[in-house]
Design a protein around this ligand. Structure first.
Ligand SMILES: Cc1ncc(COP(=O)(O)O)c(C=O)c1O
Length: 387
């Protein structure tokens, strides 16, 4: 066994949901949870369920858990614990953080977003633009779904304050050259604001190496519970006036943006999810996912049209395709009848879908994560080849 080989039977045995006959190829919409995540959530509610700051044991344990969750988030993202922020989901956090930044913006300031983005990284800017008379500009993609960095460069001006972009596109699986985007944004004096929701289940995130100013992700996409998680560079967070209640603590700085009581039980699940990913290891995850993706690409029937890169380079194993003459919904229903779970539609990635002429009904989307098997890929391919 090489260092990167995955113990697939061992991995799958850890997920109660995977004992069913269903092939879960719906990971881009949210992944299944290992038993340790379920246990951690249950144990918190059984043994430590309390609010923070009390003199009694359950409250003290809750304080410790919140601290542990931030320390775990910091290890997962490559930053300091104070720079991590938990919230309901990515979208809610992005509205909150963009709004706090908005207090420093002026009429006529510009925001760049991209056609590869999920609307969770577009709509917050459009709403802010509505309120503050900002200008939001859309960076184009090429026909193959790669981001057009020349267009990005052309659209940067001295008024650009934020470049919002994804590390990986949730519709097409395309990854972006984050290092180059950050470089371009910073050279123009803009913030680099990354959506890592679709990237985080597939590759390790390192905000320090990337140099991004803000980054958001969603633990429910990487084997944890329904939660959002953000990183904000410390000096940036300190420079913003947060929307918060007055008695809530100002330190650690990230907590200024965590309004109200967090879902403590989900933080316990989050810690267990990150531990789980560490136990499997990114090398094993990446190698297995690449092999699954390659098998899908090699076997895709001729009646299917893929939208996105045709090799495993520059992408994660998320595939958008259409089947000749059958609507994406009908394909998804036919697959569901065969116990294969996939998504259909635009996945809130409406700008990319529109650019490729795929609206109104979008595509079928099959997404593989490390717990999927070659047999599941083959079942999908066989079903897609059926008349
Ligand atoms: C790339 C991407 N960004 C943002 C979101 C929104 O995440 P959340 O559901 O945590 O708000 C999603 C959800 O599918 C996504 O795939």
């Amino acid at each position: 066994m090489t260092a990167a080989a995955i113990d697939l039977a061992g991995v799958r045995a850890r997920f109660p949901a995977l004992a069913s006959a269903v092939a879960f190829l719906d990971g881009p919409g949210g992944t299944q949870c290992p038993q340790t995540v379920l246990d951690a959530i249950g144990a918190y509610l059984r043994e430590s369920n309390a609010n923070l700051g009390g003199a009694f044991a359950a409250s003290r344990r809750s304080d410790e858990l919140v601290e542990q969750a931030h320390a775990t988030a910091a290890r997962f993202l490559g930053c300091r614990a104070e720079e991590t922020i938990f919230g309901q989901n990515m979208t809610t956090l992005n509205f909150a953080l963009s709004r706090a930044l908005g207090r420093t913006l002026e009429e006529g300031d510009e925001i760049l977003v991209t056609r590869l983005d999920h609307d969770g990284n577009i709509a917050p800017w459009l709403e802010l633009a509505h309120d503050l008379d900002l200008r939001v500009r859309l960076v184009e993609i090429r026909e193959d779904t790669t981001l057009d960095l020349d267009d990005l460069e052309r659209k940067l001006t001295e008024r650009t304050r934020v470049v919002a972009f994804p590390l990986a596109a949730n519709a097409f699986g395309t990854t972006t050259d984050a290092t180059r985007i950050v470089e371009l944004a910073h050279a123009a004096g803009a913030l680099a604001w990354a959506d890592a929701v679709h990237y985080a289940p597939h590759r390790p995130v390192d905000v320090a190496a990337l140099g991004v100013d803000v980054l958001l992700c969603s633990p429910y996409k990487f084997f944890g519970p329904h939660l959002g998680l953000a990183y904000g560079r410390e000096d940036l967070l300190r420079s913003w006036r947060p929307y918060k209640v007055r008695p809530a603590a100002d330190e650690p700085v990230g907590s200024r943006f965590e309004t109200g009581t967090l879902a403590h039980e989900l933080l316990a699940g989050f810690v267990a999810a990150v531990e789980y990913v560490g136990e499997v290891g990114w090398d094993a995850i990446k190698a297995h996912e690449r092999a699954l993706g390659q098998r899908f690409l090699d076997g895709l029937p001729r009646r299917c049209t893929l939208y996105g890169l045709e090799t495993m380079d520059g992408r994660v194993p998320t595939f958008a395709f259409r089947v000749d003459g059958i609507s994406p919904r009908e394909v998804a229903e036919a697959l569901a009848a065969r116990d294969i779970a996939v998504w259909d539609g635009d996945y809130y990635a409406a700008e990319g879908m529109a650019r490729l002429g795929l609206q109104p009904d979008g595509t079928v989307r099959a997404g593989f994560v490390h717990y999927n098997t070659f047999d599941e890929v083959d079942r999908l391919l066989a079903a897609l080849a059926e008349p």
